[in-house]
Design a protein around this ligand. Structure first.
Ligand code: ADP
Ligand code: MG
Length: 234
Protein backbone atom coordinates (compact mmCIF):
# COMPACT_ATOMS: atom_id res chain seq x y z
CA UNK A 1 0.00 0.00 0.00
CA UNK A 2 1.33 3.45 -0.87
CA UNK A 3 1.13 6.15 1.75
CA UNK A 4 2.08 7.09 5.29
CA UNK A 5 0.74 6.56 8.78
CA UNK A 6 0.82 9.75 10.87
CA UNK A 7 1.41 9.27 14.56
CA UNK A 8 2.34 11.75 17.27
CA UNK A 9 4.11 12.19 20.56
CA UNK A 10 0.74 12.56 22.30
CA UNK A 11 -2.90 13.32 21.73
CA UNK A 12 -3.82 16.92 20.76
CA UNK A 13 -0.34 17.81 19.52
CA UNK A 14 -1.13 18.38 15.87
CA UNK A 15 -1.46 15.05 14.06
CA UNK A 16 -4.58 16.22 12.24
CA UNK A 17 -3.22 19.68 11.42
CA UNK A 18 0.07 18.18 10.22
CA UNK A 19 -1.80 15.57 8.16
CA UNK A 20 -3.90 18.27 6.52
CA UNK A 21 -0.74 20.27 5.73
CA UNK A 22 0.91 17.10 4.36
CA UNK A 23 -2.10 16.26 2.17
CA UNK A 24 -2.08 19.78 0.71
CA UNK A 25 1.67 19.59 0.06
CA UNK A 26 1.24 16.24 -1.69
CA UNK A 27 -1.63 17.57 -3.80
CA UNK A 28 0.49 20.54 -4.80
CA UNK A 29 2.81 17.96 -6.36
CA UNK A 30 -0.06 16.75 -8.48
CA UNK A 31 -0.78 13.66 -6.43
CA UNK A 32 -4.26 12.37 -5.72
CA UNK A 33 -4.47 11.68 -2.00
CA UNK A 34 -6.98 9.71 0.03
CA UNK A 35 -7.17 9.75 3.82
CA UNK A 36 -8.32 7.40 6.52
CA UNK A 37 -8.87 7.83 10.25
CA UNK A 38 -9.12 4.15 11.15
CA UNK A 39 -10.17 4.60 14.78
CA UNK A 40 -11.67 7.72 16.35
CA UNK A 41 -12.97 8.24 19.87
CA UNK A 42 -15.01 11.23 21.04
CA UNK A 43 -14.37 13.37 17.99
CA UNK A 44 -14.88 17.12 18.01
CA UNK A 45 -16.87 18.84 15.33
CA UNK A 46 -15.39 19.09 12.75
CA UNK A 47 -14.04 15.59 13.19
CA UNK A 48 -10.51 14.59 12.22
CA UNK A 49 -12.03 12.47 9.46
CA UNK A 50 -13.89 15.41 7.95
CA UNK A 51 -10.82 17.67 8.13
CA UNK A 52 -8.72 15.01 6.40
CA UNK A 53 -11.36 14.40 3.73
CA UNK A 54 -11.73 18.15 3.18
CA UNK A 55 -8.00 18.40 2.58
CA UNK A 56 -8.14 15.62 -0.03
CA UNK A 57 -10.55 17.76 -2.05
CA UNK A 58 -12.94 15.00 -3.12
CA UNK A 59 -15.69 13.01 -1.48
CA UNK A 60 -14.62 9.95 0.50
CA UNK A 61 -17.12 7.27 1.51
CA UNK A 62 -17.56 7.85 5.28
CA UNK A 63 -17.57 4.10 5.96
CA UNK A 64 -14.09 3.84 4.43
CA UNK A 65 -12.84 7.15 5.80
CA UNK A 66 -13.58 6.29 9.44
CA UNK A 67 -14.26 2.57 9.93
CA UNK A 68 -14.43 2.80 13.74
CA UNK A 69 -15.87 5.87 15.48
CA UNK A 70 -16.71 5.76 19.18
CA UNK A 71 -18.59 8.37 21.15
CA UNK A 72 -16.51 8.75 24.33
CA UNK A 73 -13.25 10.75 24.30
CA UNK A 74 -11.21 8.01 25.98
CA UNK A 75 -8.69 5.41 24.82
CA UNK A 76 -10.14 3.45 21.86
CA UNK A 77 -10.17 0.14 23.75
CA UNK A 78 -12.26 1.69 26.55
CA UNK A 79 -14.44 3.70 24.17
CA UNK A 80 -15.21 0.48 22.27
CA UNK A 81 -15.90 -1.42 25.48
CA UNK A 82 -18.43 1.23 26.56
CA UNK A 83 -20.38 0.48 23.39
CA UNK A 84 -19.87 -3.30 23.62
CA UNK A 85 -17.94 -3.17 20.37
CA UNK A 86 -14.52 -4.27 19.17
CA UNK A 87 -11.95 -2.78 16.86
CA UNK A 88 -11.08 -5.26 14.14
CA UNK A 89 -8.17 -5.09 11.72
CA UNK A 90 -9.81 -6.64 8.69
CA UNK A 91 -12.38 -3.93 7.90
CA UNK A 92 -9.72 -1.26 8.41
CA UNK A 93 -7.24 -2.97 6.10
CA UNK A 94 -9.97 -3.48 3.49
CA UNK A 95 -11.04 0.18 3.67
CA UNK A 96 -7.42 1.34 3.47
CA UNK A 97 -6.75 -0.90 0.44
CA UNK A 98 -9.76 0.45 -1.40
CA UNK A 99 -8.82 4.06 -0.63
CA UNK A 100 -5.17 3.54 -1.52
CA UNK A 101 -6.21 1.81 -4.76
CA UNK A 102 -8.21 4.87 -5.75
CA UNK A 103 -5.40 7.40 -5.17
CA UNK A 104 -1.67 7.91 -5.60
CA UNK A 105 -1.28 7.56 -1.86
CA UNK A 106 -3.09 7.24 1.41
CA UNK A 107 -2.57 9.30 4.55
CA UNK A 108 -3.72 7.45 7.69
CA UNK A 109 -4.01 9.30 10.98
CA UNK A 110 -3.57 7.38 14.23
CA UNK A 111 -5.29 8.16 17.51
CA UNK A 112 -3.43 9.42 20.56
CA UNK A 113 0.25 8.48 20.45
CA UNK A 114 2.04 5.34 19.25
CA UNK A 115 1.37 2.71 21.94
CA UNK A 116 -2.40 2.94 21.98
CA UNK A 117 -4.46 -0.09 23.00
CA UNK A 118 -7.25 -0.80 20.54
CA UNK A 119 -8.79 -3.72 22.44
CA UNK A 120 -10.20 -6.01 19.79
CA UNK A 121 -11.94 -9.37 20.11
CA UNK A 122 -8.93 -10.88 21.91
CA UNK A 123 -8.38 -7.77 23.97
CA UNK A 124 -4.75 -7.10 23.11
CA UNK A 125 -4.74 -5.38 19.78
CA UNK A 126 -2.43 -2.34 19.73
CA UNK A 127 -2.10 0.54 17.27
CA UNK A 128 1.30 -0.77 16.04
CA UNK A 129 -0.45 -4.04 15.03
CA UNK A 130 -2.69 -1.96 12.82
CA UNK A 131 0.24 -0.06 11.30
CA UNK A 132 2.01 -3.34 10.55
CA UNK A 133 -1.17 -4.69 8.94
CA UNK A 134 -1.41 -1.56 6.79
CA UNK A 135 2.30 -1.87 6.00
CA UNK A 136 2.76 1.91 5.88
CA UNK A 137 5.89 3.87 6.82
CA UNK A 138 5.33 6.23 9.73
CA UNK A 139 5.57 10.01 10.05
CA UNK A 140 5.98 11.20 13.63
CA UNK A 141 4.49 14.55 14.62
CA UNK A 142 6.41 16.00 17.54
CA UNK A 143 4.42 18.50 19.60
CA UNK A 144 7.11 21.06 20.37
CA UNK A 145 6.97 21.74 24.12
CA UNK A 146 8.99 20.96 27.20
CA UNK A 147 9.27 17.15 27.50
CA UNK A 148 9.07 16.52 23.77
CA UNK A 149 12.61 15.16 23.47
CA UNK A 150 11.76 12.23 25.72
CA UNK A 151 8.40 11.66 24.03
CA UNK A 152 9.89 11.88 20.55
CA UNK A 153 12.84 9.59 21.23
CA UNK A 154 10.70 7.01 23.04
CA UNK A 155 8.19 7.08 20.19
CA UNK A 156 10.89 6.64 17.56
CA UNK A 157 12.48 3.77 19.50
CA UNK A 158 9.15 2.04 19.90
CA UNK A 159 8.16 2.54 16.25
CA UNK A 160 11.33 0.71 15.32
CA UNK A 161 10.79 -1.96 18.03
CA UNK A 162 7.31 -2.47 16.60
CA UNK A 163 8.90 -3.43 13.29
CA UNK A 164 7.70 -0.27 11.56
CA UNK A 165 9.72 2.22 9.53
CA UNK A 166 10.01 5.88 10.46
CA UNK A 167 10.02 7.92 7.23
CA UNK A 168 10.29 11.38 8.76
CA UNK A 169 9.12 13.75 11.44
CA UNK A 170 7.27 17.06 11.61
CA UNK A 171 7.70 19.54 14.46
CA UNK A 172 4.47 21.30 15.41
CA UNK A 173 4.48 24.46 17.50
CA UNK A 174 2.23 23.50 20.38
CA UNK A 175 3.73 26.02 22.76
CA UNK A 176 4.78 29.28 21.08
CA UNK A 177 6.53 30.32 24.30
CA UNK A 178 8.71 27.18 24.39
CA UNK A 179 12.18 28.12 25.54
CA UNK A 180 15.07 27.32 23.19
CA UNK A 181 12.79 25.90 20.52
CA UNK A 182 15.50 26.11 17.85
CA UNK A 183 17.98 24.25 20.07
CA UNK A 184 15.39 21.58 20.79
CA UNK A 185 14.71 21.19 17.08
CA UNK A 186 18.46 20.89 16.48
CA UNK A 187 18.66 18.18 19.17
CA UNK A 188 15.75 16.27 17.65
CA UNK A 189 17.29 16.55 14.18
CA UNK A 190 20.49 15.05 15.56
CA UNK A 191 18.93 12.27 17.65
CA UNK A 192 15.89 11.14 15.69
CA UNK A 193 16.72 8.43 13.14
CA UNK A 194 14.65 10.00 10.34
CA UNK A 195 14.66 13.28 8.40
CA UNK A 196 12.85 16.45 9.42
CA UNK A 197 10.05 17.28 6.97
CA UNK A 198 9.34 20.69 8.42
CA UNK A 199 8.38 22.83 11.39
CA UNK A 200 4.83 24.16 11.56
CA UNK A 201 4.48 27.52 13.34
CA UNK A 202 1.17 28.59 14.89
CA UNK A 203 -1.14 28.66 11.88
CA UNK A 204 -4.46 30.30 11.04
CA UNK A 205 -5.53 27.19 9.15
CA UNK A 206 -3.82 23.79 8.82
CA UNK A 207 -3.57 24.05 5.01
CA UNK A 208 -1.22 27.03 5.52
CA UNK A 209 1.32 24.53 6.85
CA UNK A 210 1.82 22.94 3.41
CA UNK A 211 4.44 25.52 2.37
CA UNK A 212 6.47 24.68 5.50
CA UNK A 213 6.95 21.04 4.51
CA UNK A 214 9.78 19.66 2.41
CA UNK A 215 8.61 16.36 0.97
CA UNK A 216 11.85 15.49 -0.80
CA UNK A 217 12.99 13.10 1.99
CA UNK A 218 9.84 11.08 1.32
CA UNK A 219 10.79 10.51 -2.31
CA UNK A 220 13.16 7.80 -1.13
CA UNK A 221 10.12 5.74 -0.22
CA UNK A 222 9.12 5.67 -3.86
CA UNK A 223 5.70 6.97 -2.93
CA UNK A 224 6.12 10.66 -3.55
CA UNK A 225 7.33 11.57 -7.00
CA UNK A 226 8.05 15.21 -7.58
CA UNK A 227 7.24 17.44 -10.50
CA UNK A 228 3.72 16.27 -11.27
CA UNK A 229 0.92 18.46 -12.53
CA UNK A 230 -0.70 20.58 -9.87
CA UNK A 231 -4.06 19.05 -9.15
CA UNK A 232 -6.95 21.51 -9.31
CA UNK A 233 -9.24 21.82 -6.30
CA UNK A 234 -12.65 20.30 -6.84
N1 ADP B 1 0.29 24.64 14.18
C1 ADP B 1 -0.85 24.97 14.80
N2 ADP B 1 -1.30 26.24 14.78
C2 ADP B 1 -2.45 26.59 15.41
N3 ADP B 1 -3.23 25.70 16.08
C3 ADP B 1 -2.83 24.41 16.12
C4 ADP B 1 -1.64 23.97 15.49
N4 ADP B 1 -1.52 22.64 15.70
C5 ADP B 1 -2.58 22.28 16.43
N5 ADP B 1 -3.38 23.34 16.69
C6 ADP B 1 -4.60 23.36 17.52
O1 ADP B 1 -4.55 22.25 18.40
C7 ADP B 1 -5.67 21.42 18.21
C8 ADP B 1 -5.20 19.98 18.25
O2 ADP B 1 -4.46 19.69 17.09
P1 ADP B 1 -4.78 18.37 16.27
O3 ADP B 1 -4.05 18.45 14.99
O4 ADP B 1 -6.25 18.14 16.19
O5 ADP B 1 -4.11 17.31 17.28
P2 ADP B 1 -4.16 15.70 17.26
O6 ADP B 1 -4.67 15.28 15.91
O7 ADP B 1 -2.76 15.28 17.55
O8 ADP B 1 -5.09 15.32 18.37
C9 ADP B 1 -6.29 21.83 16.86
O9 ADP B 1 -7.67 21.69 16.85
C10 ADP B 1 -5.88 23.26 16.72
O10 ADP B 1 -6.85 24.07 17.36
MG1 MG C 1 -6.33 14.19 15.36
Amino acid sequence: MKGFFVTGTDTEIGKTWSSVALIHALRERGLRVNAIKPVAAGEDNPSDASLLAGACGHAIDPALLNPFAFREPVSPHLAAQLESRHVELQPIVEAARRLAGDADLLIAEGAGGWMVPLGGPDGELMMPDLVRALDLPVILVVGLKLGCLNHALLSAAQISASGCALAGWIGNTVDPAMRLQAENIETLTRLLPAPLLGILPRLEAPADGASRLDLSPLEGWGQVEGGGQVQGTE
